[in-house]
Design a protein around this ligand. Structure first.
Ligand code: AMP
Ligand code: MG
Length: 310
């Protein structure tokens, strides 16, 4: 659906970064590259700017946003950090780890970010362009994935524009994302207990994984949906299928011909976008081993293949 804004295509050079920062400072919404996927950013201290994220994505208001900031010092201003949270941040920031923490009372951030929860999700991203924007702006940025709610996450500027062109102020194009899967989300309670809320690139299960409650409200069963049926564990193509291969299973495209899980993570959403755009009415995906990064890949594939609505 065409929106009514003219979405600027910005190149991630000095001038493009300055223009993105100017738009954000003025309350605009801009898609920015991170090492995981492209995020749709707005200044986190502005209720109006944050409301525009929800409107552009068609995101339900019960689904909270991750706040991106420079590092630990900024995090301390918005959340209580039990020592285990400090240790996790020290080990994995900047990087693809989001910490859900008790929110400090009275922080000057848009309430919609927490969707009514007493917690706040914080991450310090590693992507140099995202860090340059954060530094120049000097403010935390709320940024969910830069795609229409429920659709496949974006790992390129073209993916962003495929669902948000005309609905956002700009996209800052820095080429494809290197990681390709959303951050690991870990909740740290005030008593220091931890719980993994979403599997991702960083494996933290060893710490104290209280496992599998669906507490992160955005963890809908159906998500990352390419808009057509998806069959998993396919070892061969059936009639009418666009096959996404892995390892020995070839296909119309492959996650990784050599069976490399990092490559598969980086290519996952591009393969799903290609499947969505292909003439075949259905998508099939080869089996991916359920270990290491494969756990996070299979989590996203299961949601892409789920038929029930939210
Ligand atoms: P996205 O950035 O689109 O991957 O979505 C961010 C996800 O972070 C949401 O779907 C939530 O599941 C999770 N999240 C953000 N804030 C919180 C929070 N305060 N508590 C639990 N989960 C959160
Ligand atoms: Mg998302």
């Amino acid at each position: 659906m065409a929106g009514k804004l003219l979405t600027q295509r910005l190149v991630a050079d000095e001038e493009g970064i300055a223009r993105a920062v100017g738009l954000l400072r003025g309350g605009g919404i801009v898609a920015l590259p991170t090492e995981t996927v492209y995020g749709l950013a707005a200044r986190a201290d502005s209720a109006n700017a944050v409301a525009r994220i929800f409107a552009a994505k068609g995101r339900p208001s019960f689904n909270p946003l991750i706040v991106h900031l420079a590092g630990l010092a900024e995090a301390e201003r918005y959340a209580e950090l039990p020592s285990v949270a400090r240790a996790l941040a020290a080990a994995h920031w900047p990087g693809p780890l989001t910490l859900v923490l008790p929110r400090r009372p009275g922080v000057a951030l848009a309430p919609a970010i927490s969707a009514g929860l007493p917690t706040i999700a914080l991450r310090s991203p590693a992507h140099p362009i995202m860090r340059a924007v954060l530094k120049a702006l000097g403010l935390p940025l709320a940024a969910p994935s830069a795609n229409a709610s429920g659709s496949v996450s974006p790992t390129s500027a073209a993916h962003v524009l495929s669902t948000l062109d005309g609905r956002i102020d700009a996209v800052l194009d820095a080429g494809p994302c290197s990681g390709g899967l959303e951050s690991t989300i870990v909740a740290v309670r005030s008593d220091g207990r931890t719980e993994q809320l979403r599997p991702g690139p960083i494996e933290v299960g060893a710490i104290n994984d209280l496992a599998a409650t669906i507490e992160a409200p955005g963890q809908l069963a159906r998500h990352y949906a390419p808009g057509k049926p998806v069959r998993l564990f396919a070892v061969a193509r059936e009639a009418g299928e666009f096959l996404i291969g892995f390892g020995m299973v070839g296909g119309d495209v492959t996650l990784s011909a050599s069976g490399d899980l990092s490559e598969a993570a980086a290519r996952l959403y591009d393969c799903l976008h290609r499947g969505a755009a292909a003439p075949q009415p259905r998508i099939a995906v080869a089996p991916v081993p359920d270990q290491g990064l494969g756990r996070a890949i299979n989590d996203r594939l299961r949601r892409a293949a789920t038929h029930e609505g939210r």
